[in-house]
Design a protein around this ligand. Structure first.
Ligand SMILES: Nc1nc2c([nH]c(=O)n2[C@@H]2O[C@H](COP(=O)(O)OP(=O)(O)OP(=O)(O)O)[C@@H](O)[C@H]2O)c(=O)[nH]1
Ligand SMILES: [Mg+2]
Length: 132
């Protein structure tokens, strides 16, 4: 049987050489690690619509536009994900952890101090290339 792949829209929220990251709740998959806000793409929903919905729910930002950065497929063993990663630099609102989670702006050159899920290693590398 082929494994089900969970499709996820991920937003790399960018402003002035900083990114807004959040801490995943302990009881969730990959809990306690830092993440780029986002969530599952629903049936029949576009990636951009999912990104808008998730970023409004999670960090209270209105996304006006985004740029595709990369797509990553990763098998965690307990779960397979396809991360559709977008750079979000066109948004309105003040980012904060709107679901009670910790959230903060981090300079790109300090990203290495934060532990992300394994699938994110490639994202962090690509961001460093793009914004150096
Ligand atoms: N949001 C987000 N999810 C990530 C990242 N990296 C990564 O492997 N994931 C994985 O993507 C999957 C889906 O993300 P999610 O838990 O945010 O989904 P969601 O917001 O719809 O939450 P839900 O579980 O309450 O429905 C999780 O298995 C998570 O571990 C990341 O940087 N951001
Ligand atoms: Mg989420």
């Amino acid at each position: 049987m082929t494994k089900k792949i969970v499709h996820v829209a991920v937003g790399v929220i960018y402003k002035d050489q900083q990114l807004f990251i959040c801490k995943r709740p302990d009881d969730k998959h990959q809990g306690g690690l830092w993440e780029f806000p986002g969530g599952k793409v629903e049936q029949g929903e576009s990636v951009f619509a999912a990104l808008q919905r998730e970023l409004l729910e999670e960090v209270n930002l209105t996304v006006n536009g985004s740029d595709e950065l990369m797509v990553i497929e990763h098998d965690y063993g307990d779960k397979c994900v396809r991360l559709d990663v977008h750079i979000v630099d066109n948004f309105t609102g003040e980012a904060h952890g709107a679901e009670g989670q910790q959230g903060k702006w981090v300079p790109i050159n300090e990203l290495d101090y934060y532990v992300f899920p394994a699938a994110n290693v490639e994202i962090v590398e690509k961001i460093k290339q793009r914004f150096k």
